[in-house]
Design a protein around this ligand. Structure first.
Ligand code: XIL
Length: 473
């Protein structure tokens, strides 16, 4: 399988900002939920589905050529329960010669899912990247929309069968330089990739309308299962910004100009994030976008979440866990979000690079703090508890309370809520530097902590667990 650097990788830098110190964060795993030991969330995921009233699909990427196949079998039985082929369903893999469909790897990934009792989603039927060598070529606009796209989409969607939960029908069709008020066509033309322009690098216009997108959706709708969601999938989207506005107007435009009804459409938010201020959307920004789509009857999905770190410090791993927790809560507590994909199942396999430590499992395949926090959030939701506050905002804004295990409340809803911590333990804090003072609710110790260990007057540093001590009244 050839691997090409996706255009989106370069664009990640747009959402990422200069690395800054991460804030001290509050987590459910500080409050009684496990942060060590083996993780098996299969039954919790079933409980989440029951609570949601429909299947909640939580998973990751897989391909048969990956090393560590026995680890994959184990983790996809106990943790990730939904499978996306990382590369095996892309155009270069599935139509290597024009008109010759080859679903070998895509079907093998689906079989891996079925064998392990997991579900399967399709990624993707159209993308300007990872295309076969014969495409893009010197085809006319009429050939592309009339034959090439319908033929490819039909072969793939029909060939994979009706149980596919959702398909990324088009991937990354909106530009990075868009501005508010652009029409859907302007949003797509701003991308400047084939087939809106020719593939020869000259930038010469080719398809001057959205017909190639409509052709893909109409064909997918014709051959997909009758509950399969059909998505536009995009990076650097999720908040109240021009690119997200483009995505929302494009999906409505697709609904108006194709046979696909709203209740079969979805927006996939890739979510390749960076653990730094501005490197991710806040939970409330995501919630607002998800509810805008819910009002239109359109599904929201987190399709490719990873959170890169600039160092593997304990504080960064906690920040990563907080961001992951917020994205998961945004999806869990939304009425229209039922698929949540973690892109690459472990750090050493991540397309962001192993040193970015951007996934839920470390390079040895062991769960990281973010994996435990994910398990805790799922458990918290399944137990019917209130939505935790926005942990990635830091303890100045959000401090979770509760004794964990899914038995108690955690906090208020949305961002900005602060709640009282019920601390049950008190002992000497570890780590950190002296000569400075942490504010009330701030961190004052824990493994890897390099900040202040003294607490503001009227508060005492109490150990929550090995990783976290906090200044409490
Ligand atoms: C990435 C894969 O993870 C890599 O293995 C491959 O080399 C390039 O593509 N957006 C997408 C995914 O939609 O298909 C990309 O996956 C990551 C960015």
């Amino acid at each position: 399988m050839t691997t090409k650097l996706a255009a989106s990788f370069v664009a990640l830098a747009m959402l990422a900002s200069v690395a800054r110190a991460q804030p001290a964060v509050s987590l459910l795993i500080d409050n009684g939920y496990p942060s060590t030991g083996s993780l098996n969330i299969a039954s919790v995921l079933s409980q989440v589905s029951t609570k949601k009233g429909q299947a909640f699909h939580f998973g990751s990427t897989y391909d048969t050529y990956d090393a560590n196949q026995s680890w994959f079998t184990s983790v996809f039985t106990t943790f990730y329960r939904h499978v996306v082929s990382e590369n095996g369903c892309k155009w270069d893999a599935t139509e290597p010669s024009q008109g010759v469909s080859d679903l070998t790897e895509c079907l093998a990934c689906q079989k891996f899912a079925t064998t392990n009792g997991a579900t399967f989603r399709g990624h993707n039927t159209f993308w300007h990247s990872q295309t076969p060598t014969w495409l893009p070529g010197s085809f006319t606009a009429a050939q592309i929309t009339g034959t090439i796209i319908p033929q490819h989409v039909q072969a793939e969607v029909q060939g994979m069968g009706t149980s596919v939960t959702s398909w990324d029908v088009v991937n990354e069709v909106v530009g990075d330089g868009v501005s508010n008020g652009m029409t859907p066509l302007q949003c797509v033309q701003n991308k400047g990739d084939w087939p809106t322009v020719t593939a020869d690098g000259s930038g010469k216009p080719l398809i001057g309308d959205l017909s190639f997108i409509y052709a893909a959706f109409n064909t997918a709708f014709q051959y997909a299962g009758n509950s399969t969601r059909l998505a536009i999938n995009e990076y650097n989207t999720g908040g109240q910004d021009a690119k997200t506005a483009c995505i929302i107007s494009l999906v409505q435009n697709i609904q108006q100009n194709t046979n696909v009804p709203a209740n079969r459409l979805a927006v996939g938010f890739q979510s390749h994030l960076t653990a730094s201020t501005g490197g991710f959307y806040t939970k409330s920004a995501l919630a607002t976008t998800f509810s805008t789509l819910a009002a239109l009857g359109i599904e929201s999905m987190i399709t490719e979440l990873d959170v890169s770190l600039n160092s593997n410090s304990q504080a960064n791993l906690r920040y990563q866990a907080a961001i992951w927790g917020d994205y998961l809560d945004a999806c869990l507590y939304a009425s229209n979000c039922n698929e949540f994909i973690n892109w690459d199942p472990r750090d050493d396999l991540s397309w962001r690079g192993a040193s970015a430590a951007a996934t839920l499992f470390d390079a040895s395949g062991n769960p990281k703090l973010a994996a435990y926090e994910v398990a805790a959030r799922l458990q918290n939701y399944a137990a019917g508890n209130a939505e935790p506050c926005a942990t990635a905002s830091g303890t100045g804004v959000c401090t979770i309370t509760g004794t964990g295990g899914g038995t108690t409340s955690s906090s208020g809803t949305g961002s900005g809520s602060t709640t009282t911590v019920k601390s049950t333990t008190s002992s000497t804090a570890t780590g950190g530097s002296t000569g400075c003072v942490s504010a009330e609710w701030g961190q004052c110790g824990g493994m890897g902590w390099t900040g202040c260990t003294a607490c503001a007057s009227g508060t005492t540093c109490k150990v929550s667990n090995a990783y976290y001590s906090q200044c409490l009244p």
